[in-house]
Design a protein around this ligand. Structure first.
Ligand code: DP6
Length: 364
């Protein structure tokens, strides 16, 4: 189902006033999908609805300085620094992204941009850096629009446009702007849901999830062999694709109830089933590929055995990589800490990023 986005697109006109310059900055977190987005169509639209936990400690800080070009041209002028180093490959990706969103921000071709970004987490750590990075950038563009045109003054509309623009940069990024949890993709059970932007999932969310832990256990920090974007593409010819999209939407219905009533067993089961389904889809793509490592499977077995023995509600998820996301409620943190240190850490590279659910993006 498509929504009418006329309020999101073309809210701005070309800049008339000279001189124009300024600086904006945003911090935006990564997120971990519980129901996974895997498969897309059209202009980065999802084949099924997804929902994620917004992380807290894992975030990107981005500042954008802008000024009017000295000579008018149609070229996109961007200089990009990551941790104070010029990054030509990222710069090229941003130029392409800016070029693709000229329709929404016609001023992009009139300005030149100096962009500085830092991540609070290491590269290839199992944390989606495109989610935090693209959402931080989209939020900066919306702030520039607001500064130049006095538009987007309503906070909800501001975030909705930022989410829409983030989506065009990287699908999962659209969920990062909201606190605690956000869904993306049209779903009968979610009011206001859309394929175009994420929807905050707040009112019905049980308190237990608002302080949930996500410890990311690093099994391997090597670059993944197949990007998520390529993985989505392989879904087009995956013989199980249509059944998968139906399954995701059905699981969403079950999950929403568990989120409302705080049913951790259902939440945990869906989280684990989704993680394994995602990787099974990779294994039965053509060409087939595998991102899990032997250590991933060993840790999964340990988690399941520990849970069966102790009844502690600790579960796992996986992103598109081998690293384990260990999920549990805050009141079990001390118990899980012992388990993690003694039984799980020996199966990792020794690295773990401890995070919790967070409050979403914020201006800096
Ligand atoms: C497994 O959002 O990284 O993390 O839209 O091509 O940029 P693009 O892909 P991306 O895919 C994320 C896939 C996932 C599941 C999810 O976050 O929902």
């Amino acid at each position: 189902m498509q929504t009418n986005n006329s309020n999101l697109i073309l809210t701005t006109d070309f800049i008339q006033n000279n001189p124009v310059s300024g600086k904006v900055a945003w911090q935006s977190p990564s997120n971990l999908a519980i129901i996974k987005y895997w498969g897309k169509y059209g202009r980065q639209l999802p084949k099924n609805a997804s929902i994620s936990l917004t992380l807290d400690q894992a975030h990107t800080d981005t500042s954008v300085s802008y000024k009017l070009k000295s000579l008018p041209s149609e070229d996109i002028i961007v200089r990009f620094w990551f941790h104070d180093l010029r990054k030509p490959d990222f710069e090229a990706r941003i130029v392409k992204f800016f070029d693709s969103i000229r329709d929404m921000f016609p001023f992009i071709a009139q300005l030149e941009f100096d962009i500085h970004s830092t991540n609070s987490f290491p590269h290839s750590s199992g944390i989606a850096s495109s989610a935090s990075g693209m959402s931080a950038l989209a939020l900066c563009l919306c702030s520039i629009e607001k500064a130049l045109f006095d538009s987007l003054t309503d906070d909800a509309i501001f975030l909705q446009k930022a989410s829409y623009v983030s989506r065009l940069g990287s699908g999962s990024a659209c969920r990062s702007v909201y606190p605690y949890m956000a869904s993306w993709g049209s779903h009968v059970e979610i009011d206001g849901s859309s394929d175009d932007y994420a929807t905050p999932y707040l009112e019905d969310l049980n308190e237990v999830y608002k302080s949930f832990h996500d410890d990311i256990l690093i099994v391997s920090a090597t670059e993944k062999s197949v990007s998520s974007t390529a993985g989505h593409g392989l879904m087009n010819d995956n013989p199980y694709a249509e059944a998968r999209y139906r399954q995701a939407n059905n699981r969403m219905t079950l999950l929403l109830e568990a989120l409302k009533i705080g049913d951790l067993e259902v939440f945990g089961k869906i989280s684990e089933d989704e993680a394994l389904t995602l990787h099974a889809l990779m294994m039965c793509s053509d060409p087939s590929y595998m991102l899990v490592e032997p250590g991933t499977i060993q840790i999964i077995n340990e988690i399941r055995a520990y849970r069966a023995d102790t009844k502690v509600p600790v579960y796992f998820s996986l992103d598109a990589g081998p690293n384990i996301h260990l999920l549990y409620p805050h009141n079990y943190a001390a118990q899980v800490e012992d388990f993690r240190i003694n039984q799980l850490m020996p199966l990792t590279t020794g690295q773990c990023i401890q995070d919790t659910v967070g409050l979403g993006s914020k201006p800096l």
